[in-house]
Design a binder for this molecule. Sequence first.
Ligand SMILES: C[S@@+](CC[C@H](N)C(=O)[O-])C[C@H]1O[C@@H](n2cnc3c(N)ncnc32)[C@H](O)[C@@H]1O
Length: 433
Amino acid sequence: MRLRFFTVFDIVKNKADQLGHSENEMYANLKKEKINKKDLLAYKDSGIIPTDEKVLSGILNYLDMSRVELELKLGRIPTGFEEVFSNSTKEIAKMLEEKNIVNQQQKEISISSVQPYYSSDLGKLYNGDCIELFKQVPNESVDTIFADPPFNLDKEYDEGVTDKNSFSGYLDWYYKWIEECIRVLKPGGSLFIYNIPKWNTYLSEFLNGRMNFRNWITVDMKFGLPIQGRLYPANYSLLYYVKGDKPKTFNVQRIPLQTCPHCGREIKDYGGYKNKMNPKGVTLSDVWSDIYPVRHNSSKNRKFNELSIKLLDRIISLSTNEGDVVLDPFGGSGTTFAVSELLGRKWIGFELGNCEIIKERLVNKEKDKKLFDKVYEEKNKLFPDRIKELRKKNGLWIDDDFRRGSDNKSTSDKSINEENNIKNYDQISLSLK
Ligand SMILES: C[S@@+](CC[C@H](N)C(=O)[O-])C[C@H]1O[C@@H](n2cnc3c(N)ncnc32)[C@H](O)[C@@H]1O
C-alpha cells in the first residue's frame, strides 16, 4: 500500500484502485464530475493542487475529500492552517503515536546475512535490491555515499531491471533508501546524489530536514534531445549533503585554467592576476563543465549508462581519505568501485542487475587504470603538460615564469612574495568562478 503521495493524479488513481476500478472506469466516473482525462493528466508529473476551482471541486467530489485532507495526503501542512497546526502539535503527535503502536507491533524485522557476489581486499559487491541490502550495513559505518539511481525515465537496464514508477511511487522508494543512507553514514560523512534537476528539487526538500546542505553541483552535460516548449536540458544535478554540521573530510580539488585546445590561450582574461594564481590550478566551483558522458565503446563497460572515472575520482578524492569507506547502492557498471580501488578506499556496492560486468571490470583493471592516469595528467595543475608546451611555443606566460622570477629575489623578499601569493591564490580562485 502506498503511504505517501506527491501528485493529485496518484491520489485519484489510488482511490480508483481501492474501488477496484480500471483506469477507463476511473475516467468515466471523473467525467460525471465534469473532469476530463486531460484535466487530470495535468497533475501527473507535478505536485501542485489544481488552481482551476471547477477542476479542484470535481476532483474533491470524486475523492470525497476536503481541500485540507487533499493537502494532508500530499504530505503538507494545508495552506492557511500553519498556525493552528503549530499550536496543535502535542495533540497531533499523541494521535499519531497512538495509531502507530499497532503498526510497530506488526512489523517484523528479519535481517538475514547475504553473501557477496564478489570480494576484493578493499570491497564487497552484493547482488540484490539496495533497500534489502542496506539492512546488512551497520549504523554510522560509511564515510561517503555516492548514488546514481534510475531516473524514472522509463528505461530498461540489464536483466530486466526497469525504470518506470508513478511519481509518488518513485519518491516513496527514493526516500526509503535515503533514510538508509543517512543511518549508515558516519557523523560528518558525505552524501552525493546524481539525478536530473526535477527529482533533486524534491530530494533536496526532504534532505534539508535531515542533513546539512553543502552544494547543488551543476554537471554541465547535454543528456537528450531538445523537448518542445521547454529549455533544452543540459545539466545534471549532483546534490552534496553532510551528516551533522560539517564534513569530516573536505580535500580541496583543483582544475586547470580553461584554455583554447588549439593555441593554449586562456579563454577568459585574468588581467593582472596571473602571477598570483595557484600553480596547482583553479579551485573547483559548483559548476562542473569538464565531465563528459562515457559514450565511446573503447571506454564503456556496458551498453547502459555509465559515469566517468573523472567524476567519481573527484567526488571520492574530495570527501574521503585513503582507507575510508565508500558505498554506492546502484553499482551499474561499477565505476565507483573501480575508482575506490584505484584510490585505496574501502567500498561496499549493491546492484540489482548484472554483477558480472562489475566483477570483470574489477578483476581486469588495466583499462580503468589508463583512464585514471589520464585524469591525473590534468588534475591539480594550472596547465596540463600539453597546454604548457603549447603556451611556451606560442610565447604565452606559464606559472613557472613567476616562480622563476621570485627565485631571483633575495630570500626574505622571496618568502614574503610567496606568502602573499599563497594568501591571494584562493581569492583569485574565487573571482574566477
Ligand atoms: C544509472 S545506473 C548506475 C550507473 C553507475 N553509476 C555507473 O557509473 O555505471 C543505475 C543502476 O541501478 C540499478 N538498480 C535499479 N534499481 C535498483 C535497486 N533497487 N537496488 C540496486 N540496484 C538497482 C540498475 O540495474 C542500474 O544498473
